[in-house]
Design a protein around this ligand. Structure first.
Ligand code: BGC
Length: 758
């Protein structure tokens, strides 16, 4: 389709109409020109296509579809290929249901474990979030259906999500909150991006030119269309000027009129409207010209895939040897979630699951178990009769498997949690059951971390997250050892809520939330503070053991445009075949710039038969070593030594090696009277320019870089002088030169030093 030609035939009214939805889920078409009206629908871990009554809160029925594990679980698979398979399955069903774009994935960072929507987000770590989001996008889009990467950006809480304004420094934005989106945009090339409800620095994301145009399009090369979150459009014309292309759902005819009037009044350039329409039509036609209305799949096949994905995403948190269970012996399944698993979260991602497998259904073909409900799933209060029945059953059984988790009333889109506790009735159940049975296994169904004061009382804990419609089958597969658990945590489980870095600043005051913890989100904080955590980032057990050896780097040095390949041998030293996730962290210890102790920069997942060894390779480029330098508004890695750490979790580093970075362009030092001599002396050639200043200093202070010392304090006095001079601002030299160093001389030196760096 010749889109430009098509646009040239459109009236201004028709073009304005394209920038504002038709209804809740459709874009407008233009019948006269044959432009079709296409549909967008929610995801991201299953299709939520509403047939009739539309809402964005997941209230009204949608067509039956497959519910895969939600993002919180998916990320724990650390498996790009598997997430890609989920994406393909989503693409298939979108083709079947004629949905042009599925609204997701969500790539927001889990700043606080309290965010009600954490189950829809991948990780506290931007590298992992970005890699998994890109895999999801590539999977869906391989079926010629678009994704909408959301919620761009900094929608890290539900509290006052439509009005709150985020205050955050630029470096933190770039390194923590934007990196995942950047990766997803560059590696996944999403067809659309959905902006967040909130404001950033007082400007709504939907009107934020810096975000939507400067960063997303100009810096990252995004070429699809941007849309609002549902109801996030405040000033339609201001949005379009800033780089917003589509407002959803429809604002009605008034919004079209506003655009037309703004163009006619010369307040909005028609070229801007044309460009927005072009972006939308490019995507509309990419979809309609590649329709495949009869994709080759069945919901039955997708159910199998959902079970596999849930298995590969689950994380074994504790195992004193009770797992895997033996089919013989008396086993009790206790807890309402054994019968009716909580497998997805509430809100716009809520899917009408086509089939649900509970653990009770699945276990029938594996072992005989007896069941007691124990508590009402949605309740916080103890039901004495259910409790008594459960405790009696546990007492008579060899093993008691408790199916626990958070109810919908505890976590959902639309509100945040206020604590990390499980319902009282479940805590009481653990307490009572562990008093009568010494082999207690807990299977968890939750979208985000909980506090586990009971951890030492139970023998095993299997974290299923919100594991999708086949979660019960997956739990049984893992409990009985049909496969070994192989997921690892994509977020830290802190000991208690108060340990979390955002604790004092979440969810903010009124309509302002300040991200005062800065870069130190998740493990970056716990590691820097050497804090004990319940379970660290990247942690997960297996039914086998792995040995790491032979860490090798492809080179000892890394130049700016080079890459470094890191290879490590991993051996399965146990008796069962299983997958291992190998994690790579970079540690930098350079003076003068605050950096997290270590940051995830690579991961791979491999299957190993018993006794088998494989070499795992991961590639790093300069960016993996860089921080965001706000002076140059770019990523920067200083020359020098960096440590490559390879291990089984962020707190289980097995091997380390060093690489030296070379060839960095020196950072320009913007010299003013306030610049310190130490900073100035990092400029090559600065010594000559400063010589006239340093000479009198030599007499006043002695020592330092300016000359030899005759200090009576000997070597330590020398060092003190050096340190003092290093942090002495240039203007202070005027006071120590007996009038020889004048203001005029200082200005000349400043000029010369700045000119030298041009
Ligand atoms: C959510 C989006 C969702 C949209 C449409 C909004 O409330 O924030 O994630 O895609 O509704 O349902």
């Amino acid at each position: 389709m010749d889109i430009k030609n098509l646009i040239s035939q459109m009236t201004l009214e028709e073009k304005a109409g394209m920038l504002n939805g038709l209804d809740f889920w459709h874009l407008k078409g233009v019948e006269r020109l044959g432009i079709p009206s296409v549909m967008v629908s929610d995801g991201p871990h299953g299709l939520r296509k509403q047939a009739s009554e539309a809402d964005h809160l997941g209230l009204n029925e949608a067509v039956p579809a497959t519910a895969f594990p939600t993002a919180a679980g998916l990320a724990c698979s650390f498996d790009r290929e598997l997430v890609g398979e989920v994406g393909q399955a989503l693409g298939d069903i979108c083709q079947q249901e004629d949905v042009s774009v599925i609204l997701g994935p969500g790539c927001n960072i889990k700043r606080s474990p309290l965010c009600g929507r954490n189950f829809e987000y991948f990780s506290e770590d931007p590298f992992l979030a970005g890699e998994i989001a890109a895999a999801h996008i590539n999977g869906v889009q391989s079926k010629n259906v678009g994704t909408s990467l959301k919620h761009f950006a900094m929608n890290n809480q539900e509290h006052r999500r439509m009005s709150t304004s985020v205050v955050c420094d630029e470096r933190t934005k770039r390194e923590i909150y934007l990196t995942g989106f950047e990766k997803a945009v560059k590696q996944g090339k999403p067809w659309t991006v959905m902006c967040s409800y909130n404001k950033i620095g007082g400007v709504y994301s939907s009107e934020n030119r810096r975000l939507l145009t400067d960063i997303l399009c100009d810096e990252w090369g995004f070429d699809g269309y941007t849309m609002t979150d549902w109801g996030a459009c405040c000033d339609h014309v201001a949005g379009i000027k800033a780089g917003l292309n589509l407002c959803m759902p429809s604002l009605g005819d008034d919004a079209d009129r506003q655009v037309v009037e703004a163009v006619r009044a010369g307040k909005l350039d028609e070229k801007v409207v044309d460009e927005a329409v072009e972006k939308i039509l490019n995507i509309v036609y990419r979809y309609v010209e590649n329709r495949k209305p009869d994709p080759d799949f069945s919901l039955g096949q997708q159910h199998h895939l959902a079970r596999k994905v849930a298995r590969e995403s689950a994380v074994l948190l504790k195992n004193n040897g009770v797992l895997p269970l033996k089919s013989a012996g008396s086993i009790a399944f206790i807890g309402a979630f054994a019968e009716k698993p909580r497998f997805q979260g509430g809100g716009s991602s809520h899917i009408n699951a086509y089939e649900i497998t509970s653990a009770l259904d699945a276990v029938r073909s594996v072992a005989q178990v007896r069941y007691a409900k124990g508590f009402e799933a949605e309740s916080n209060d103890v039901d004495p009769a259910l409790m008594a029945e459960a405790v009696a059953l546990a007492k008579e059984s060899d093993v008691a498997v408790l199916f626990l988790g958070l109810p919908d009333t505890f976590e959902s889109e639309g509100f945040d949690r206020t604590h990390m506790r499980m319902p009282d009735c479940q805590l009481e159940l653990i307490d009572q059951v562990t008093k009568v049975n010494k082999h207690v296994v807990v299977v968890l169904h939750n979208g985000s971390p909980i506090e586990m004061p009971w951890v030492d009382k139970v023998q095993a804990i299997l974290e299923m997250y919100l594991g999708g419609q086949a979660v019960g089958g997956a739990a049984v597969d893992l409990l009985f050892g049909a496969v070994s658990p192989c997921g690892k945590l994509a977020e830290t489980f802190p000991m208690r809520l108060e340990d979390n870095p955002s604790y004092l600043f979440f969810p903010g005051d009124g309509d302002t939330v300040e991200y005062r913890e800065g870069l130190y989100v998740g493990y970056r904080w716990y590691d820097a503070k050497h804090m004990a955590v319940r379970y660290p980032f990247g942690y997960g057990l297996s039914y086998t053991t792995f040995e790491y050896s032979n860490l090798k780097l492809s080179a000892e040095t890394l130049a700016p445009d080079g890459t470094l390949t890191v290879c490590v041998d991993v051996k399965n030293t146990g008796n069962v075949g299983a997958k291992e996730i190998v994690e790579l962290y970079v540690h930098s210890a350079h003076e003068g710039i605050s950096r997290p102790v270590q940051e995830l920069k690579g991961f791979e997942k491999v299957y190993l038969a018993p006794g088998e060894t494989k070499t795992v390779a991961m590639t790093l480029d300069r960016r993996a070593f860089s921080y965001y330098n706000t002076d140059i508004a770019d990523w920067y890695a200083e020359d020098g030594a960096y440590e490559i750490r390879v291990g089984a979790s962020s707190r289980d580093i097995r091997l380390c090696a060093c690489v030296t970075l070379t060839g960095a362009k020196p950072l320009p030092v913007r010299v003013t009277g306030d610049s310190t001599l130490g900073d100035i002396l990092t400029i090559p050639g600065a010594m000559q320019v400063l010589a006239p200043v340093l000479a009198p200093m030599q007499q006043t202070f002695g020592g330092g870089e300016a000359g030899a010392s005759d200090s009576s304090m000997g070597e330590s006095g020398d060092q003190m002088m050096q340190a003092m001079i290093k942090y002495m601002p240039l203007h202070a030299m005027k006071s120590f030169s007996n009038g020889a160093f004048t203001d005029q001389m200082m200005q000349g030196i400043i000029q010369a030093l700045n000119d030298m760096q041009k």
